[in-house]
Design a binder for this molecule. Structure first.
Ligand code: TYC
Length: 98
């Protein structure tokens, strides 16, 4: 360490936990306005930022909405999918290890 002490074996082995990127995927049916609202509500983005992300998904097929611990990412995916299905939209949301 910086203070001259030596890392213990436990400290040497301890890795930071993996983080997960959460993406929305494009489809031909989910309304743009619904996607913007989802990004605002579930990923805490303002309307301008949410619109930018939605347009990126629309043009490029995929767009990142945030990076979270495994538990939080998986909960976001589940909540977004439940909300979309309830509204009758095929919107897809996936997570990938960062
Ligand atoms: N492509 C959709 C449309 O034209 C809009 C859309 C954007 C759908 C992003 C999904 O994740 C998505 N209505």
């Amino acid at each position: 360490h910086e203070d001259g002490t030596v890392a213990t074996r436990q400290e040497q082995k301890l890795k930071p936990p993996p983080m997960y990127q959460v993406f929305l995927l494009n489809d031909d049916f989910t309304p743009m306005e619904f996607v913007v609202a989802v990004i605002q509500e579930y990923f805490n983005k303002d309307r301008e930022n949410a619109t930018h992300i939605m347009l990126k998904v629309h043009r490029e097929g995929k767009g990142m909405c945030g990076v979270f611990s495994k538990d939080i990412a998986s909960t976001k995916v589940e909540l977004v999918l439940t909300h979309a299905r309830k509204a009758g939209h095929p919107l897809q949301c996936v997570m990938e290890e960062a």
